[in-house]
Design a protein around this ligand. Structure first.
Ligand SMILES: C[S@@+](CC[C@H](N)C(=O)[O-])C[C@H]1O[C@@H](n2cnc3c(N)ncnc32)[C@H](O)[C@@H]1O
Length: 237
């Protein structure tokens, strides 16, 4: 995969054609697009970030919400997470996540369900909530943000990969790093998408606090858990 050459995924060369064939062979119409068959810019950037910063993942329990192909969940597992659970509402995505995890030799527990409004999720003990490219619809974005805030209030760190979809609440987020993600022309209209890793402000787990760094492949970087001043420098505000 671009940006994360150590990760292999089962994807489609032609997601639109695959979507049409899935509807034809299943005899159903109105199916969601095969989101799982494409590595989205947010996922690629967040996967790169986790692999570059294994210290924030190692030994921790992570969940990847709206996992799609499982790309971010797989990166978390490769970076040393103690356990990774991937959630998606698409049963084909759930199957793809299992196949992709196996192709990379990692274990990812997959749950096919919409848990965004389930108060018991994330379960106590969840350390990291990972969300990539999930702010593309108003309702979904609202539910996603409420889920993220609930997780954060329970002590989980929240990381989001997103190039600036319409419903990303960027005013509520702190930018940590940016990557120029290649290979996006098929679905995004331009090959390179400048994509940011965001966090909910504050470090709910003191153990995650780390000094600001300035050397990550692939783009501008402020570091992680930056002070407000560092975040301002990074965005040029
Ligand atoms: C644009 S894809 C992003 C996939 C992956 N995170 C990536 O960056 O490559 C969005 C994913 O969100 C999933 N999704 C949509 N609504 C969801 C919900 N309520 N709960 C979990 N997943 C959801 C879709 O099925 C799809 O796989």
């Amino acid at each position: 995969m671009p940006l994360v050459p150590g990760i292999r995924l089962h994807l489609a060369d032609d997601p639109i054609g695959l979507w049409q064939r899935t509807e034809l062979t299943s005899g159903r119409t109105g199916l969601d697009p095969p989101f799982w068959a494409f590595a989205w810019a947010g996922g690629l950037a967040l996967a790169r970030y986790l692999l570059d910063h294994p210290e924030i993942v190692r030994g921790r329990r992570a969940i990847d919400i709206a996992s799609g192909s499982g790309l971010v969940a797989i990166a978390a597992a490769m970076a040393g997470a103690a356990a990774v659970t991937a959630y998606d509402i698409d049963p084909v995505a759930a199957a793809a996540i299992g196949m992709n995890a196996a192709a990379n030799g990692v274990t990812v527990l997959t749950v096919c369900a919409d848990v965004l409004d389930e108060d018991e999720i994330p379960a106590p003990g969840t350390d990291l909530v990972l969300i990539a490219d999930a702010f593309y619809q108003r309702d979904l974005a609202g539910k996603m943000m409420r889920f993220a805030e609930r997780a954060h209030a329970r002590g989980a760190a929240v990381f989001i990969g997103d190039f600036g979809r319409a419903y990303l609440p960027r005013g509520q987020l702190t930018p940590l790093a940016s990557y120029d993600v290649p290979g996006q022309s098929m679905l995004e209209g331009s090959d390179i998408k400048h994509t940011t890793i965001w966090a909910l402000p504050g470090d709910p787990q003191g153990a995650l606090t780390a000094p600001v760094r300035s050397s990550v492949r692939g783009g501008r970087v402020a570091g992680y858990w930056p002070t407000a001043a560092a975040a301002e420098v990074n965005t040029g505000r």
